[in-house]
Structures are given as C-alpha cells and as structure tokens.
Design a protein around this ligand. Structure first.
Ligand SMILES: *[C@@H]1O[C@H](CO)[C@@H](O)[C@H](O)[C@H]1NC(C)=O
Length: 201
C-alpha cells in the first residue's frame, strides 16, 4: 500500500483541477462593434452601453460614431463584457443612454455559451448594430470532447481505485490468515507441552 498512496494523492489533485476548471466562469469579450445609427437627437455624443440582466451596465467609452468598426483587443479596462458561470444563457442587450426618457434599445437577446462556434459569436441586427464577441472557453465542440475525456478518465480512475482497494483488502486478509495459522500452530505446541507435562506427572 505504501507506493499506492502517493499516486492516489496525485489522482485526487488531477480530479480537483478538472472539476474546478469545469466550474470556473467563462469570460466573454467584445472583439468588435459597429453601430448603424444613434437614437439620441439632442446630444452629439451617444453613450452606448452593454447590459446583462442582474449585472452592471458596461459603458463602451469609445463607441461614438456610426458606420465605423471599432475593434478591441479584449484587455480594455471595461473587458470582459460578460461571463458565464455555467451553461445557461443570459438576457443581454445593447442600449443608448437617454437623458429624457427611458434608454433606447438597439437590441435585447439571449447570449448563450453554446453559440460561440470556434470561440466567436456575431450578433447582427439590421439598421441597428453588428457586434462580434469572443469566448475561447465556450467552444462547444471542444467542451463536449473534454467532458467525454473527463468521464473516461474518471471511469478509469474509479476502477483503478476499486482495484487497489480490493488488492489491499486481499493482502490484509492474507496477512490475517497467516497470523491466525501461526497462532494456531503455536497453540498446538503449547498443548503439546501440556500433554508432556501431564505425562511427566
Ligand atoms: C459584422 O462584423 C463582422 C466582423 O467585423 C463581419 O465579418 C461581418 O461581415 C459583419 N456583418 C454584417 C452583416 O455587417
């Protein structure tokens, strides 16, 4: 059992790493955006922001002109623009701040982690805007493959652990059996001595 313990420890560390990797939040960045119109007539500089339900508004400070493609590196101060803690979609939208009435809506939609094919997702709304988002941790095909790999690995590890436990129990049983036999053997000698003593008497 002495050489099995460190390998078991290693196995537990690997499982822990995989599990924590699976549950960590996947971050979404805005890679580019182009707006085709602005809603506010009075103010010359629109304030555009992205918002997911239940989260903070993220103002896009650079996006001011229409019909211009703004590109982002993903490390801007306001990035990442969203995050997925699990497989669930989020209700998000692009809005323009309105000083007089309620904010203007470019579009509101379900942002889903499984729509990031090859890590990218384009949201286009005619006459409103075209935005590309990136989420490398969301890639569906790779996700499924890695889940399968995890399942196979877990299965293999479980059988390995069961086998080593069974082996340990077998070894222990063998040892016990040997001890019992030894005890019985010694007892036999003792009894033999007793008989000798009785004969002497
Ligand atoms: C939207 O933007 C992406 C990236 O800039 C571009 O490849 C795509 O053709 C655009 N789509 C439309 C309909 O403008």
């Amino acid at each position: 059992m002495r050489n099995i313990t460190p390998s078991l420890l290693l196995v537990f560390c690997i499982i822990l790493g995989l599990v924590s990797g699976m549950f960590s939040s996947k971050s979404v960045i805005l890679s580019s955006i182009e707006i085709f119109k602005t809603h506010e007539w009075l103010s010359p500089q629109p304030v555009i922001y992205f918002h997911c339900q239940g989260e903070n508004k993220i103002i896009l400070p650079d996006v001011k002109e229409k019909n211009f493609v703004y590109k982002f590196k993903g490390i801007e101060s306001w990035q990442p623009i969203a995050g997925f803690p699990d497989k669930k979609c989020k209700r998000c939208g692009l809005y323009e701040l309105d000083r007089l009435k309620s904010d203007d809506v470019f579009d509101e939609w379900e942002l889903c982690p499984d729509e990031f094919l090859e890590g990218n997702y384009v949201h286009y709304k005619q006459k409103e805007f075209n935005a590309t988002f990136a989420c490398t941790e969301c890639m569906t095909r790779v996700d499924k493959k890695s889940h399968l790999a995890v399942a196979v690995l877990l299965g293999a590890l479980t059988s390995l652990m069961a086998a080593s436990a069974a082996f340990g129990i077998y070894k222990y049983w063998q040892k016990r059996k040997r001890e019992q036999n030894q005890a019985r053997f010694l007892k036999l000698f003792d009894e033999g001595d007793d008989i000798d003593n009785e004969l002497d008497l």
